[in-house]
Design a protein around this ligand. Sequence first.
Ligand SMILES: [Zn+2]
Length: 234
Amino acid sequence: MANFATHVAVAGMAATGIASGIAVTGMLSWSDSLILGVFLIAGTLLPDIDVDGGRPQRWLFSLLALGAAVVAASVVLQLQTGPRIFLPGQALSCEAVAAGFLAWLLVRYPCSLLFQKISRHRGLCHSLVVGGLWALGWVYMGLHCLATEPLLVWLQGTALFLGFLIHLVLDEIYSVDINNARIKRSFGSALKIWEPDFPAGSLLAVAVLGGLMWLLPFPHELFQWLRSGMALLG
Ligand SMILES: [Zn+2]
């Protein structure tokens, strides 16, 4: 399998090429194109979150813990009527800080350890169906919770999936020993639709993916954008 540095280097090249191509043709602004590049690189890190103690896993759980802390603190602040501490641009309370810290601690350690216990490297997390879940999960969250244009949210989900796919393909390429024209034992374990050794989890992932597809609106704006891109190319 390809190592962390190879994955980041290949995704970095793809992200730079795609983002600058989009920006130069004026299909998106430079800042939006660069953000797409960041999503593509993030997507390339996601399949290896099942490597225990690896960088992708640590970064993901730190990010999730931060998100959980912000959500917990805001919920407590909204419910609370007691005294608050006012900082520049921000109102806080001791209870909100405590709830935020507790949520951070819970996600960063017990949840991360539980994930390490139940996941296996190159298991379900390293499959296309989970790549689809990350992409559509982001689109669902973005359309409901972010004040970002729907087109950008769809493009970010697509970049996330593309990065994920590049990772799986690269791992598969690395399982072929080109010099000795020999196929390593890991061949076929990287690029898979789901995890045959974990049918219950795979079925659940497919069911959630189907649910997301059903809930999400048809991406008219994405297809429109792609069509105008095609027209520009010729
Ligand atoms: Zn991998």
